[in-house]
Write a protein that binds this ligand. Structure first.
Ligand code: FES
Length: 229
C-alpha cells in the first residue's frame, strides 16, 4: 500500500450507532464502531489482553467492549476500563492499549488514514466541491479478486474500452487513443480519456489533448480551467 494516504473503506451507513463492524481492509483486521454519540472509532480487531476479536464485543458508551473479559477501549484505542479491577478503579490509559486508526467520515463514506497519524494532511479528497445541489452520487461495494493496484490500472486503461466494453461504456468503436495527457498534481493526478473513431488521423499528442472530465478538488479544477484557456 502507499502509506500516508486516505483510503475509502466502507459506506457510513454500514456502521450504525452502538454497533461494531469487523472488516478486513488494507490487509488489516479492523473493528469499526460507532459510539452512542455517533462518533466513529476504528481499532485493530484483536484485544491486547488475550487476543479476542473485539468486533464480537459490544459498544458501551464511547467505548468498544471486549467479549472475553470486558476490557473497554475508547476511539483512540486506550483501555478505559478493566472490570476485574472493579468499577471504582482508575483508568490507566497508558496500558493495554490497542492500535487505532484515524477514520474520517465525509459525504457518506468512511475513510481510513493509512500511515503515520502525525502526517495527516487535512480531510480526505472528494470530488463534489465544484458541483451544484442537483448533482447526485451513490456508493457501491464491489469485491474484486485482484490486487488493488491492478484495479487502479484498469480504471486508467482506456485502450481496452472499445474491445471489452464495446456495447456499454466503450461503445462507438473509438479505438484511436489521444495522448494520454497526464499531469501530476498535489494529492493525485489528472488524466484525459478522449478516444476517437479511427478515420485515418494521427492520435493527438499529450500536449494537444484536453481534459474532459471533472476533478475532485477545487485546486485541481482551477488548474483544469487554466488548461482550457
Ligand atoms: S481478551 Fe479481551 S478482555 Fe480479555
Amino acid at each position: 500500500m502507499i502509506e500516508n494516504q486516505w483510503y475509502a473503506i466502507l459506506p457510513s451507513k454500514a456502521v450504525k450507532v452502538n454497533q461494531i463492524v469487523g472488516v478486513k481492509r488494507l490487509n488489516l483486521d479492523l473493528a469499526i464502531f460507532r459510539n452512542d454519540k455517533g462518533e466513529i472509532g476504528c481499532v485493530v480487531d484483536q484485544c491486547t489482553h488475550r487476543g479476542a476479536a473485539l468486533s464480537k464485543g459490544k459498544v458501551k458508551g464511547e467505548c468498544i467492549k471486549c467479549p472475553f473479559h470486558g476490557l473497554e477501549f475508547n476511539e483512540k484505542g486506550q483501555c478505559a476500563f478493566i472490570p476485574a479491577n472493579g468499577r471504582m478503579s482508575e483508568a490507566d490509559l497508558s496500558r493495554y492499549n490497542v492500535k487505532h486508526y484515524k477514520v474520517s467520515e465525509n459525504n457518506g463514506i468512511l475513510y481510513l488514514w493509512y500511515g503515520d497519524l502525525d502526517k495527516i494532511t487535512g480531510e480526505p479528497p472528494f470530488f463534489n466541491k465544484d458541483v451544484d445541489a442537483s448533482y447526485v452520487y451513490s456508493e457501491i461495494e464491489d469485491h474484486w479478486n485482484s490486487h488493488y493496484s491492478r484495479c487502479i490500472e484498469n480504471q486508467l486503461d482506456v485502450v481496452h474500452l472499445p474491445f471489452v466494453h464495446h456495447n456499454t461504456i466503450g461503445r462507438g468503436n473509438k479505438t484511436l487513443v489521444n495522448g494520454p495527457k497526464v499531469e501530476f498534481v498535489p494529492g493525485g493526478i489528472i488524466t484525459s480519456a478522449n478516444n476517437e473513431v479511427d478515420v485515418g488521423q494521427n492520435p493527438k499528442t499529450a500536449e494537444n489533448c484536453v481534459y474532459q472530465s471533472y476533478i475532485f478538488k477545487p485546486s485541481l479544477s482551477e488548474r483544469m480551467d487554466e488548461s482550457h484557456q
